[in-house]
Design a protein. Structure first.
Lengths: 203, 324
């Protein structure tokens, strides 16, 4: 019963979205604004988690939606709007991550009065604030986890982000990244192995 | 246990937790886990490893999101409208010519649902081009009374917008009512219920129909019964003062007396209930309220104030009963 209701609601939502896209394609600015609002929080979250810099995340956000705006009339409903948008966003993030790898930048951590300060703390809310476990979690382990994530290749990092944090299925991830489900799975598998190797003693 | 099998199974544990194994693979892993304690331990370690990564996840702050939206829409203002890639067919033109009501198009967000729940189809009037459909797509950031009887409401849309209007205007009231249920911002809820509280008295704003007044009452009643924040509840209770004799309000006050964990709320509620009972225009008290008062006599051992007032209320009701 509840499953039936959910899928009905989902269908209604998809129909609404298609109508919104068509309205935006016809030049309705408000419809475009509404489309942005449906997805922009998760876009910003994705960029923040991957790039760990509010400035870079904002740049990706800005560029992604500008591209969507400029190319909306080329969108032909061959895939879902979500997939199309995420293709743009993940490409922008991957470019940025690769540039950083070349320059060996580490933008998230700046030198503060008492050592290293995570700048993300000033612009981001911890996702599990109410979780008492979080308080017990030592800073050392958190630092180590960030190092592990930083040590993954951009593609591994991306697949892990999309699967673990954004909860997307591997099939969808393959679609977004222009690869097969199997390749996405292998990527996630490699990421997981690296994590276990690096953090096996901690957890 | 065959260590080769165990090695193979362990490689699949993460995929098992992500629900990304095929039916057959999952079956094979589950069957093995039932027999192998070592692999079950490994599964728990895998679970712990993955959940450890949740601890470094971040959620963009509302400020960052707002700034991003503002920046984007500033930029879009200076962008030329997107060009059609291909010529339109007659069918496209026909479709495009159809009016698209944005209230129907909008994916249902929490605020939208609330606004619909409160106001239903009555959202016809507009203020400064601001229609009912816009309301459904907006979030109230802050509210403040303007002194001349009107209210100033700052909206978070993709762009921020401010609208002003009197309490009798439907869009203004709809926004205020939606703001009473904005779970993310207790300060907003507190200032909103304070403004709504001024609308319950006999000298309420002209142009407010009794029907609309009942919307406000329902919102305040909902708040005293459901809001998680003590000061928001207290403010809403204050707003019900002038209509404490109404049966629905009286019922809600009784519920507060029975269920609210905050003694200040219960003190205030018993005062309002008394005041309602003392009022000359008060309708006869219903058996439920009497039952609640009697229960309070035996329950409120710690809060003597509530107990004494309950006793007084009961005496009052008995006295009144002879007159009715």
């Amino acid at each position: 019963m509840s499953r039936g209701t959910a899928s009905l609601a989902q269908t209604a939502l998809q129909t609404d979205e298609a109508a919104l896209i068509r309205a935006a394609q016809a030049g309705d600015q408000d419809a475009f604004a509404q489309l942005v609002r449906v997805y922009d929080q998760s876009v910003l979250r994705l960029a923040m988690n991957l790039l760990r810099s509010p400035e870079d995340a904002q740049d990706v956000y800005q560029e992604a939606f500008l591209r969507v705006y400029k190319n909306l009339n080329n969108f032909r409903f061959d895939c879902s709007f979500h997939t199309w948008l995420y293709r743009i966003v993940t490409n922008l993030c991957l470019d940025q991550m690769r540039r950083r790898k070349v320059r060996k930048e580490e933008p998230t951590v700046v030198e503060g009065g008492e050592g290293l300060v995570d700048r993300m703390d000033t612009v981001a809310e911890p996702r599990a604030e109410a979780d008492p476990q979080r308080k017990l979690f030592s800073g050392q382990v958190r630092r180590r986890i960030k190092e592990v994530l930083g040590g993954l290749t951009p593609r591994e990092r991306m697949v892990f982000e999309l699967r673990h944090y954004q909860g997307l299925r591997l099939r969808r991830i393959g679609e977004i990244l222009g690869t097969s489900e199997e390749a996405a799975k292998n990527c996630l598998f490699r990421a997981n192995q690296k994590m276990r190797a690096a953090l096996g003693d901690f957890v | 246990m065959n260590s080769n099998t165990c090695d193979e199974i362990r490689k699949q544990l993460a995929m098992l937790l992500y629900g990304e194994l095929s039916f057959d693979e999952e079956e094979r892993v589950e069957t093995h886990l039932e027999k192998c304690a070592d692999c079950r331990t490994a599964l728990e370690r895998e679970r712990a490893l993955l959940s450890a990564f949740d601890q470094v996840a971040v959620e963009p702050s509302p400020t960052l999101l707002r700034q991003s939206r503002e920046r984007l829409f500033e930029q879009l203002q200076s962008e030329p409208a997107p060009q059609r890639a291909h010529g339109q067919s007659w069918w496209d033109r026909l479709i495009d010519a159809l009016p698209v009501p944005s209230a129907i198009l909008r994916p249902a967000g929490a605020v939208a649902l609330l606004a619909v729940g409160f106001f239903g189809a009555r959202l016809a009037p507009t203020i400064g081009g601001f229609s009912g459909a816009d309301i459904l797509a907006s979030r109230v950031r802050s509210v403040e009374p303007a002194g001349d009887g009107t209210v100033r409401i700052v909206l978070d849309e993709t762009r921020q917008r401010t609208i002003s209007g009197g309490m009798g205007e439907a869009p203004i009231r709809a926004l205020l009512l939606a703001a009473t249920r904005d779970a993310s911002d207790p300060k907003l809820r507190a200032s909103t219920v304070a403004i709504l509280g001024t609308q319950t008295g006999p000298e309420m704003t002209p142009n407010v129909t009794p029907d609309m007044a009942s919307d406000v009452r329902d919102a305040l009643v909902f708040t005293i019964l459901n809001d998680q924040n003590d000061s928001v509840r207290l403010k809403a209770l204050e707003g019900l003062k002038s209509i404490a004799m109404q049966p629905d309000v009286r019922n809600a006050l009784a519920d507060v007396l029975l269920a609210d964990a905050n003694p200040a709320m219960r003190n205030q509620a018993i005062d309002l209930l008394m005041q309602g009972l003392e009022s000359s225009s008060a309708p006869a008290v219903d058996p439920r309220t009497i039952g609640v008062l009697q229960e309070l006599m035996s329950r409120e051992e710690k809060n003597t104030y509530v107990r004494q007032r309950s006793q007084k209320a009961l005496e009052l009701v008995n006295a009144s009963a002879e007159i009715f």
